[in-house]
Design a binder for this molecule. Structure first.
Ligand code: GDP
Ligand code: MG
Length: 423
């Protein structure tokens, strides 16, 4: 049984929170793309955790976690994240964490290049998380990156470091006029932060195939959402990896296996971190109010998230990209306390109404079309059954279900693991 948990929107939909809940029925949780630019906040009976690289299944004692080949791994960050979690009482060993030998290593110079480029762009910046993600994926496709498996063969690895550093300095010092990076600093980084993970590195594809054959249930945890996918998102304001469910088996290490189910995580309203077109965006007081109600500040960066009402056009597109069979709707409690709620139901483009999510350049010209639906005034964060919810909240859920043509099976009403209603 293979299930993917993926984002329908721009990210931060609450994927980590839903993986934490749904993984109770799974044996393995795999991250399959992205790096430590992810920020998944999980609150359960063991505490509050922010996960950047580790799969959210790490918080369950009987779940094995995998970092797949589609990921980029900043080993210093992983070292520190694992340390932080261990301090919070979470055990992390080669038994419950397996790192693909094919996953790519994010080096300090990738982070440096990310920062140098954002600074060069100044007011034209992309809103990068500055975690080196685009530079390291670029190197992967240039075939100049280092992979985790190379840590098992340090002599060969160190020989390559010399060549790569020489090449990298053509841009770092040659192009950006920054002090050159040195072989010694790269080797020191690998020795200090890479080596401690030697025993965690393996052919995770083999492990996952055997687990699957043995009838184990495998979950794939995405980072970011459909609209940040490198191919299908709002390029170039996307991430540098494939955030979509169809990539999960490839990025996890099992291209031979097929997904049984794709569960899309969709937020009851819209948020977006960083630059790029965001048609339904709220500004001013309206935005402040929603941002404060939802606590919309990035887990990875602390940046205030851009906010807006639910966007049917973007979400329907996200559902299509993710091939979502069902939806978990998150953060519905945040919308409590309004007489009326707006929903962006269509876009206006050059005087015409459109319902399909367009190409990025066209998106820039689109204006939101809002409809209003009755809100509810009571606090719903304690609701645990459908019957507990006010009729207006149920009508809101049904409206989204119909507009998006996908059934909603979970509705979360709080950040804690058990704060949800099964539909
Ligand atoms: P992810 O990147 O998709 O895993 O989502 P994030 O963790 O970045 O953002 C979701 C935020 O909303 C986190 O701070 C969660 O603790 C919080 N959250 C998740 N579900 C709910 C919910 O149903 N209600 C409220 N109020 N907060 C939630
Ligand atoms: Mg997040």
């Amino acid at each position: 049984m293979l299930t993917s948990i993926c984002g329908i929107n721009w990210g931060d939909e609450g994927k980590g929170r839903m993986v934490d809940l749904l993984s109770r029925e799974y044996d393995v949780v795999c991250r399959y793309q992205g790096g430590n630019n992810a920020g998944h906040t999980v609150i359960n009976e063991r505490g509050k955790f922010v996960l950047n690289l580790l799969p959210s299944g790490i918080l369950r004692e009987n779940v094995v976690n995998v970092l797949g080949n589609g990921m980029v791994v900043d080993v210093k960050h992983l070292f520190e994240e694992a340390g932080r979690l261990r301090e919070q009482g979470i055990s992390i060993t080669p038994e419950n964490l397996k790192i693909s030998d094919r996953a790519v290593i994010t080096m300090p110079y990738h982070v440096l290049m990310d920062c140098l480029e954002e600074e060069r762009l100044a007011d034209k910046k992309f809103g990068s998380t500055r975690r080196g993600i685009a530079p390291v994926y670029a190197d992967k496709y240039m075939k100049k990156a280092f992979r985790m498996g190379e840590l098992l063969n340090p002599d060969l690895l160190y020989k390559r470091v010399k060549d790569i550093v020489e090449w990298k300095n053509l841009t770092v010092s040659g192009g950006y006029d920054h002090a050159p990076i040195t072989v010694d600093e790269v080797i020191a980084y690998i020795e200090t932060y890479g080596k401690p993970f030697k025993d965690y590195i393996c052919d995770v594809g083999l492990y996952l195939n055997e687990a699957n054959k043995a009838g184990k249930k495998i979950m794939f945890e995405a980072q970011l959402g459909a609209l940040r996918d490198i191919d299908f998102g709002i390029y170039p304001y996307t991430s540098s990896s494939s955030t979509i469910a169809a990539y999960a088996p490839i990025g996890a290490g099992v291209p031979n296996l097929k997904l049984d189910k794709s569960i899309g995580i969709m937020k009851a309203y819209s948020t977006c971190v960083g630059e790029g077109p965001f048609t339904a965006e709220y500004f001013g007081e309206k935005a402040e109010k929603l941002r404060a109600a939802g606590g919309e500040y990035g887990a990875a960066t602390g940046r205030p998230r851009r906010v807006g009402p639910f966007d049917v056009v973007a979400s329907r597109y996200g559902i299509r990209c993710q091939g979502a069979d069902e939806i978990a709707l998150t953060k519905l409690d945040v919308l409590s306390g309004h007489e009326e709620l707006e929903i962006c139901t269509a876009y206006e483009l050059d005087g015409k109404i459109i319902h399909e999510f367009p190409f990025t350049d066209v998106l820039d010209k689109c204006k939101p079309v809002f409809e209003k639906i009755k809100g509810w005034n009571c606090d719903i964060s304690k609701c645990r059954k459908k019957e507990d919810l006010p009729a207006e909240a149920i009508a809101y859920i049904r409206y989204l279900e119909e507009a998006c043509d996908c059934k909603i099976t979970y509705v979360s009403v709080g950040a804690e693991r058990e704060a949800y209603v099964k539909f």
